[in-house]
Design a protein around this ligand. Structure first.
Ligand SMILES: Nc1nc2c(c(=O)[nH]1)N[C@H]1C(S)=C(S)[C@@H](COP(=O)(O)O)O[C@H]1N2
Ligand SMILES: [Mo]
Length: 464
């Protein structure tokens, strides 16, 4: 509903509140239930002290509806009605002087999505497309991340799909093309997997020299329990034609991108071997709830172990082919591009690098002397975490304790309890190692698009 700011001003000698009966009448008129009878929603109201002016913020279907409600205030003085926007709307539309963007029913209102993300505690980087990261201390919550605080990475507007009318189509080199409703998918064998998703650009802002792209800090990572249908089962139902080796996954979102003339859809590809190795899932639930629109409602792919770009949201089509996918986000983005010995080298972004993050203490936090717990999470796409080592003030690496269940494809909790005797700065570093024997470098190798930054995390706290 449209938003308005109303200002009511009266002459000091006519202050209606001086007359108790009149004051109470206006107070009742302004109450939520009374406003609701006029079709007006009052968000907040306040009087400027000593200035005989009242402001309030209200929603109404249009200005006429609001004006009808305002009659008693017009009798008591003047009334001014100003069309207004929420702060999120102004940011999403690109400034105070920009008209509010018209949002088609097929899309989620970007201002609402942004407002929800901010209220849930995400650190929003951009309102359009909506990108926000989880705060690093929040990584040390429960075993999974609450859905509202799970980071968000979008390349385009967020589709607002209708789950009732939704169909997943499976076509291309198959024997029986499929068109599956959500009900069909719910009737197939369901599986739940706890999987950590990390954006390949997580930590990008820490590359030096700076690289283009979303300037993520370290919170573009979160873990959830995903429920859905193993992808391989759906593919087996469709049956493969000879020569079929590859899959393209197409999302409902799209738009214009650099280097392509026509609008594209968000697409990624995997080979059959890759879907078998990863145990990819067609997920419809996140932590026991239906996916929310920003996380891919009603269906997304989850590719355990891979950087999250592979986990296509709002999945509407699976196309079986005999050639690798050549989509923009497959062929032009998500490649490591290194300059090694003066020569260009490149490699596609696939499995997540091994990485440990320190959730507590937080950067700049003050810690009392005495025993303290250094805590965090660690994960790798290539296997379980085998150890996490912690170093304090450049001292020797000490092995932290791994806490909780060991799950492949989900982060591992770790902690080190240690006494802090000296006051002053405390430099904490943490380094993860996985079962495949991979460990973290002091400084990850710089690459043009800023992917896979798994430099050792370092936090400086103060012991007081
Ligand atoms: N359809 C679609 N799927 C997508 C994306 C997207 O923009 N569109 N972004 C990808 C990237 S780069 C990441 S990091 C993850 C983010 O998932 P989340 O927003 O649920 O955290 O979704 C991936 N899947
Ligand atoms: Mo990403």
């Amino acid at each position: 509903m449209p938003l308005f700011i109303v200002r009511h001003q009266h002459a000091p000698e006519n202050c209606p509140a001086r007359d108790p009966a009149m004051g109470v009448m206006l107070l009742n008129h302004l109450s939520r239930p009374s406003a609701a009878r006029y079709g007006v929603v009052i968000k907040a109201e306040a009087v400027v002290r000593g200035a005989h002016s009242l402001f309030f913020i209200a929603e109404a279907a249009d200005e006429t509806v609001l004006q009808a409600f305002l009659a008693p205030f017009r009798q008591a003085g003047e009334v001014e009605v100003m069309a207004a926007s929420t702060c999120a709307e102004v940011v999403a539309s690109g400034g105070c002087d920009q008209p509010a963007a018209e949002v088609s029913a097929a899309l989620l209102d970007p201002a609402d999505a942004c407002q929800d993300a901010i209220e849930a505690g995400l650190l929003v980087h951009r309102a359009y497309p909506l990108n926000g990261e989880t705060s690093v201390p929040d990584l040390a919550g429960g075993a999974v991340m609450p859905n509202g605080r799970f980071y968000l990475r979008n390349h385009f507007d967020i589709p607002n799909l209708d789950g009732e009318r939704y169909r997943l189509s499976v076509g291309g080199l198959v024997e029986r093309p499929l068109s599956l409703s959500m009900r069909d998918l719910h009737n197939l064998h369901a599986e739940s997997l706890v999987v950590t998703l990390e954006c390949a650009g997580n930590g990008r802002s820490l590359f030096d020299p700076a690289v283009p792209g979303e300037a993520w800090g370290l919170g573009a990572v979160s873990t959830a329990e995903w429920t859905g249908v193993p992808l391989i089962e759906v593919i087996e139902r469709a049956g493969l034609q000879p020569g079929a080796t590859q899959l393209t996954f197409r999302g409902a979102d799209g738009g214009l991108v650099e280097g392509r003339d026509a609008p594209i859809r968000f697409e990624r590809g995997l080979s059959f071997d890759q879907i078998r190795e990863t145990g990819a899932l067609l997920a419809y639930e996140m932590n026991g709830e239906p996916l929310s629109p920003p996380h891919g409602y009603p269906l997304r792919l989850i590719v355990p172990g891979w950087y999250a770009v592979a986990s296509v949201k709002w999945l509407t089509e699976i196309i079986v082919t005999d050639k690798p996918c050549e989509a923009h986000y497959q062929a032009e983005k998500y490649w490591y591009q290194w300059v090694r010995n003066g020569r260009d080298e490149r490699e596609p972004v696939t499995l997540m690098n091994v990485r440990a993050l320190i959730a507590s203490p937080d950067q700049g936090e003050s810690l009392p002397r005495g025993e303290t717990a250094i805590r965090g999470v660690a994960w790798s796409g290539a296997g379980n975490i085998s150890r996490v080592d912690v170093s304090l003030n450049d001292g020797p690496w000490r092995e932290a304790r791994l806490v909780g269940e060991r799950r492949s494809s989900a982060w591992q909790w770790w902690e080190l309890i240690t006494p802090l005797e000296q006051t002053g700065p405390l430099v904490v570093r943490a380094r993860g190692t996985d079962m495949a024997g991979r460990t973290q470098p002091e400084r990850a190798e710089w690459n043009r698009l800023g992917y896979g930054n798994n430099s050792i995390h370092c936090v400086t706290a103060q012991v007081i």
